[in-house]
Ligand binder design. Structure first.
Ligand SMILES: *[C@@H]1O[C@H](CO)[C@@H](O)[C@H](O)[C@H]1NC(C)=O
Ligand SMILES: *[C@@H]1O[C@H](CO)[C@@H](O)[C@H](O)[C@H]1NC(C)=O
Ligand SMILES: *[C@@H]1O[C@H](CO)[C@@H](O)[C@H](O)[C@H]1NC(C)=O
Ligand SMILES: *[C@@H]1O[C@H](CO)[C@@H](O)[C@H](O)[C@H]1NC(C)=O
Length: 337
């Protein structure tokens, strides 16, 4: 128990930039932002990871996504929410397909994207100041009306295009969204939301704001999150050998988190002492989803039968030594019937 708390304290110290750093772990070299200098349209968020974290060539990207989707079975569908990672596609593209495959695009009109703000770029939840998100497949349009409604609650800040373009946690969902919605290009919108670090009170507040949207089958929620980050660069190197090799211990932590999330238990997920390392970067966004589900269950007298299932789990490498670094990915889907 003492060692767990030591690990907790150590892990709390780093807190920020955890996922950012993770993205390069599978590759040599540093992150690179491919900012074109020709685009002067301030209302369009440009891609900054295309060409490095995923293919910028549309036919190639399309083919990769198609291949991964073809390999993923329909297991828990039609999804009303999915949880999917935001790492480079080389590391997590195949895993993400297990979440995106559960989407039936037929009736989807709006995709909410709840994604963590790395490096504390927003304090609560934030809305983009752009109106379009660029993407190699096709551009995606922000839902003005929903944005106005959210903004009117007074609970959202508005983040600049510069913050928007530095953050990758929304962008990494866009090619998959464009792909699964391809038949409906131009007839659906997106609602990107950056999620800061929130205590349970605030997670619940946002859960209640989003609950009515989750109740509407025309809306789909994409929760952007990687799972455990292990290694010196994340300041989390705790290993309990009772669970086997390091990678097996990491899986133990991840499975514990997945179980709590599947139980739709926001408090248990946030408070589990063994998960206090808190290296799951999208935990606040996941918490909002869990509170939204709980709010719906309360308000609909249990007519809905929300079930959340994790469908695929992956690690970008098998950690066996203290010098290794590993990020894991877990993909899941929420259905309501
Ligand atoms: C990691 O934790 C140690 C304390 O265990 C601390 O001294 C160090 O500054 C931390 N590193 C980062 C990058 O936060
Ligand atoms: C939200 O409202 C504020 C205050 O009216 C405004 O400055 C901001 O641009 C709005 N944000 C969005 C995303 O509409
Ligand atoms: C939660 O965070 C909000 C805003 O940061 C703060 O006002 C509130 O006191 C916090 N609540 C608890 C229980 O810590
Ligand atoms: C880990 O790294 C340290 C310092 O870089 C080195 O001395 C040590 O031999 C390495 N250990 C393993 C198991 O590779």
């Amino acid at each position: 128990m003492r060692r767990i708390w030591q690990a907790f304290i150590v892990a709390c110290v780093i807190y920020v930039s955890i996922c950012d750093a993770a993205q390069t772990s599978g590759k040599k070299g540093k992150r690179k932002l491919n900012l074109p200098d020709t685009n002067t349209d301030m209302s369009a968020r440009r891609t900054t990871r295309a060409g490095t974290w995923y293919a910028d060539n549309a036919p190639i990207l399309n083919q990769q996504l198609q291949t991964w989707l073809d390999q993923a079975p329909v297991l828990h569908s039609p999804a009303r929410a999915i949880i999917a990672p935001h790492a480079g596609y080389r590391a997590c593209g195949a895993c993400s397909a297990f979440a995106y495959r559960q989407i039936d695009p037929t009736n989807v009109k709006r995709l909410f994207i709840l994604a963590p703000s790395h490096r504390g770029r927003v304090s609560g939840c934030g809305l983009s100041s752009c109106s379009t998100y660029k993407n190699p497949l096709y551009d995606l349009t922000i839902d003005k009306q929903v944005y106005e409604h959210l903004n009117a609650t007074g609970s959202f800040e508005t983040f600049s295009r510069s913050i928007d373009e530095k953050e990758h946690s929304i962008e990494m969902q866009l090619p998959y969204i464009a792909k699964v919605m391809e038949k409906y290009e131009g007839s659906f919108t997106i609602v990107p939301v950056l999620v800061g670090r929130l205590n349970l009170t605030r997670q619940q507040e946002y859960g209640e704001i989003f609950a009515p949207y989750l109740a509407n089958p025309e809306n789909l929620f994409v929760i952007s999150s990687d799972f455990w980050h292990w290694g010196k660069k994340f300041n989390y190197t705790y290993h309990d050998p009772a669970y086997g090799e390091i990678y097996q211990f990491i899986e133990h932590l991840d499975r514990m988190a997945m179980d709590l999330i599947e139980n739709l238990d926001p408090v248990g997920f946030a408070n589990e002492p063994e998960l206090r390392g808190k290296t799951i970067c999208g935990r606040n966004a996941i918490g909002i989803l869990l509170y939204a589900v709980n709010t719906l269950r309360r308000n609909t007298a249990n007519e809905l039968k929300p079930t959340l299932r994790f469908l695929n789990y992956a690690q970008n490498r098998r950690c066996t030594s203290m010098n290794d670094t590993c990020v894991s990915y877990a993909c899941g889907a929420l259905t309501m019937q």
